[in-house]
Design a protein around this ligand. Sequence first.
Ligand code: HEC
Ligand code: HEC
Length: 298
Amino acid sequence: MKTILPIAICTVLILGVLTVNERGNDTTGSASAEEDLKLGERIYQENCAACHGDKGDGKGPEAHRFKIKPRDFTAGIYKFRSTPSGSLPLDQDIFRTVTRGVRGTSMLAQLQLSERERWAVVRYIKAFSKRFKEGKPGRAVAAPPAPSPNGKLVALGKSKYEEGGCVQCHGPDGKGNGPSAKDLKDDWGNPISPADLTLKPFKSGSNPEDLYRTMSTGLNGTPMPSYEDAFSPKERWALVSYILSIATHERPRGMMGLVGEEVDGMRIDMRAAMAGKMGGGGGMMNKDMKDMMKDQRK
Ligand code: HEC
Ligand code: HEC
């Protein structure tokens, strides 16, 4: 009974989303900016405010449940970017996070939303921070093609791992247990742990391109630095090869293959869906969903 109930709830949710999609799949139409902002606001209230808060300050009514706290959008500090350290993100960066979610956290892929709804909510959350009015994001850090992986590249990556001080936080074997690991805090004063690099999936994806982006930009608001200045593109690709050579294990999976706090996020998203609140419709098996399911299997 204990396991049947969540499965039953999931089935209801999936069927619910499928039905909602029948009518909600309009990504066309030339809505005015004002209509878009209204749409963004509705989508935000229905799908995001429970965690991120009405005012976007990360203090929604459900936020206390999670160890990894929902983002405070008023600060305009974004972890997952293609832009240099300290910079604002590009719209595409926020869109990617909303589409793919942050693995292992309660921030799930928001695939119940159509593409247009996701763009609208991206614009809406930017308006919470005056940083977007005052400045522009930097250019995306260039990602030259990856060299084909080989033993030499992995060895170079291992030496850069030591040289770059990764050991200090992530530990000698990458398990997230370096000497500084225990005392780290994020910019909001919450304790934060260095990732265990032996376990997939990573928060912002486990593809080589995702890891290269993290090496190049760092994660703003956290102690994870950028290595754009310290290491050449080849050396950053070598680090990626090294990380992938040690990331040989999977995080334990719960219901529907969810990991970590994703399970708690699903409970909240399901509650919203059952209350008939969740907006609707990117097509349950749209391309994003297929990509995500492929990613889930990695
Ligand atoms: C169940 C709770 C929950 C819901 C619902 C939720 N989020 Fe999140 N969100 C989080 C958490 C937790 C994080 C922080 C993850 C981290 O820091 O590792 C986060 C992070 C983010 C980020 C990452 C920003 C960065 O640092 O790069 C974006 C963007 C975001 N959320 C947008 C949204 C939008 C838009 C919605 C609604 C469509 C939404 N979230 C719904 C919990 C939630
Ligand atoms: C000062 C401490 C510190 C140093 C030095 C550091 N990291 Fe991190 N790293 C972190 C923290 C903290 C996180 C977790 C951020 C989070 O969960 O939001 C992290 C996360 C990561 C992630 C996971 C990204 C994701 O999407 O989940 C990777 C990969 C990573 N670090 C690799 C490295 C490598 C390689 C080096 C050295 C070249 C390095 N780190 C140096 C603290 C550090």
